[in-house]
Design a protein around this ligand. Structure first.
Ligand SMILES: Cc1cc2nc3c(=O)[nH]c(=O)nc-3n(C[C@H](O)[C@H](O)[C@H](O)COP(=O)(O)OP(=O)(O)OC[C@H]3O[C@@H](n4cnc5c(N)ncnc54)[C@H](O)[C@@H]3O)c2cc1C
Length: 290
């Protein structure tokens, strides 16, 4: 595949400090992890101002640590390896298995999270899990909620020279999690997607988080706060599910694209139907674990 880029230098730093220093001092440098996202940017001509790549391999960023409350996964962990680390998390497993195998074997968690691209499945599901991101800037570590990190597509709030070290997933916040991906084919990017995590017991939603993504979303992955606020702390009745359905259809925070295949309104309606389906499934199970 011909690559549309002006990259001249490739740095293989010995440690994270060296990588961060180089990135801070060279505005035209960019970290490279698995390179799968970068190959897309290059082919779209989005990397014409990048002159140097900084390789993050070999810096000790591929790991997983689990305790009773959380799972921490290093940013250089391959998506394929994440399948075994997240086997008890239905949402993450579903999202990971939907990514083409050849991409899973190259792409990393850090590359997914950094890009803030709505068609990247793990980003959507991590947003729905309330994950936090650990960033190192060469002198200090900072922990930031993924929700705050995302303020625009391709524009995470990461300081100059900052490198994502790991992602922390809370394990006890939710007892039901789902990921739904609707695409043109069963293999590849989504058109519409959402992750839904809930603490649902005895018919009541104690806490819910819904994150929306998909290749036809006009923004970074976003949380559906109007629906979350309506359902949090509430008994899940049919009326409430109908209200949630209406709120998704009316939501101003989600903007899908209209194109030759279908309209933005139809995409939003499809999303509402699928969210209603998941909530109805919850209700019929009365809070049993799935
Ligand atoms: C053909 C194809 C099909 C695909 N299908 C899907 C799909 O169905 N679902 C899906 O979710 N994804 C899909 N992808 C996207 C793929 O999952 C992402 O490209 C991948 O996860 C990005 O990881 P990477 O390691 O390759 O990132 P890279 O390409 O190396 O980097 C991407 C960006 O992240 C930055 N970055 C990387 N790591 C860090 C870090 N630790 N700290 C700071 N910045 C960092 C880089 O500087 C760059 O800007 C597809 C990609 C291709 C090419």
């Amino acid at each position: 595949m011909p690559l549309n880029a002006n990259v001249k230098d490739y740095l293989k730093p010995e440690n994270l400090e060296e990588a961060c220093d180089f990135l801070r001092e060279n505005e035209d440098a960019m970290p490279v992890a698995g390179g799968t996202g970068i190959s897309i940017f290059m082919n779209k001509g989005l990397m014409s101002n990048v002159r140097s790549l900084v390789d993050l391999d070999g810096l000790g960023l591929s790991f997983s640590k689990k305790n009773n409350d959380s799972l921490e996964i290093g940013s250089m962990t391959k998506l394929a390896d994440m399948i075994q680390f997240t086997r008890d998390l239905n949402i993450a497993r579903t999202a990971l298995l939907s990514i083409p195998k050849e991409i899973r074997n190259l792409g990393t968690l850090g590359g997914q999270v950094f890009t803030a691209y709505p068609a990247f499945d793990m980003s959507v599901c991590l947003l729905a899990l309330g994950a936090t991101v650990n960033i190192y800037d060469g002198s200090s570590n900072k922990s930031i909620a993924l929700e705050e990190l995302y303020s625009g597509m391709f524009q995470p709030n990461i300081p100059p020279g900052g490198i994502i070290k790991s992602v922390l997933i809370p394990l006890n916040k939710f007892n039901n999690t789902h990921y739904v991906k609707i695409g043109k084919t069963g293999h590849g990017f989504s058109d519409i997607s959402f992750g839904l995590s809930a603490d649902f017991r005895d018919g009541t939603i104690n806490k819910i988080a819904i994150a929306i993504g998909g290749g036809s979303l006009e923004s970074e992955p976003v949380r559906l706060s109007s629906v979350e606020e309506r359902l949090n702390g509430m008994e899940l009745t049919k009326d409430r599910i109908d209200e949630a359905f209406a709120l998704v259809n009316e939501s101003k925070s989600i903007e899908f694209r209209s194109d030759e295949r279908t309209s933005a309104d139809f995409r939003k309606h499809t999303l509402a139907v699928h969210i209603r389906r998941v909530l109805t499934d919850f209700q019929s199970r009365g809070g049993m674990l799935k």
